[in-house]
Ligand binder design. Sequence first.
Ligand code: IPM
Ligand code: MG
Length: 372
Amino acid sequence: MAKYQIAWIPGDGIGVDVMDAARIVLDALKLDAEYVPADIGWEFWCKEGEALPERTVKILRECTCGLFGAITSKPKDEAAKELAPELQDKGFSYRSPIVRLRQIFDLYTNLRPCKAFPGNPLNYKEDIDLVVFRENTEGLYSGVEFHPLPDEVRSALVDFSPAMSRFDSIPASEIAVSLRVITKTGAERIVRQAFEYARKFGYPTVTLVEKPNVLRETSGLMTRQAREIAVDYADIELWETNIDAQMMWLLKNPTDYGVLVTSNMFGDILSDLAAQLVGGLGFASSGNIGDSFAVFEPTHGSAPKYAGQYKVNPTAMLLAVKLMLDWLGESGMAENLEQAIRKVIAAGEIRTYDMGGSNSTLDVANAIVAQL
Ligand code: IPM
Ligand code: MG
């Protein structure tokens, strides 16, 4: 039996293209792994009313970790329209399968490194080296949402303070609520991961990006926990910023920052900006990491219009493979892969369209293999 069982979850759209690139590289690295295919994505939503079939969750439970491509996700009503006719109006409701995977497997750390590789014409500035730690299971992604508004939720709103009596007369169908849930444990564990990473890799600061002046309770809890944890890391400075100002400062002074830690939704937004600073989503990888299981993925979506054209940049996917190798403890292979990616970017000969080139997804993978 192979040393690792890796759930192979391409999903749909260009998820398939970039996973093919990942396979070329993994085969060249000779990772001692068995790749176990698992269904996920839009096709299964349309055919089965379930984008994340139970059989996939079962496969994942038996694997060492998962490697995931991308999936199309659409708002609830648009998703419902695309269900097979026999599944229409049967109460199926679309929820993003990757968000669910993060919750089912308690993959509470979303690690998103954004490094400017020398020679990438898309870098906003050289020397950018940002690592976003995004809390991955709660916050505005808790999944606790209401529409139409149930009576008991309305009562809770109206009773909250006299100013809330304005919600009293709004029809239930005309008001929706999404709940931002932060727990002490959730805050603690993501902040601790950020500090541990900063210490391990020598970052002098950890920046907590929240909005405690307005979100007094949820961001307030994050801030209190961060201050408490920072005491254990005397060698690392805790900076506290507000999400809005941080977006501006990242554009202005991106090299001032290193490790950034934040809640789920802010991390979603912040990590797209950080990705753009180092060349866009084609360069942004993610690790969804829990205590004993993890799923690695590129941060980009499924870009259906490019599906199957082998046109998109596989670098984000290959950097996700690098994160996976690190997590598996295969640090030699991880380092080797990152160096090979660096060399290909620096040489500038093989480039996909986003970098101004005309090479294919698989050309890039093969060029990286040649450098391994
Ligand atoms: C990401 C993506 C997902 C998210 C989508 C596809 C649900 O934007 O991984 O950043 O919002 O987390
Ligand atoms: Mg996102």
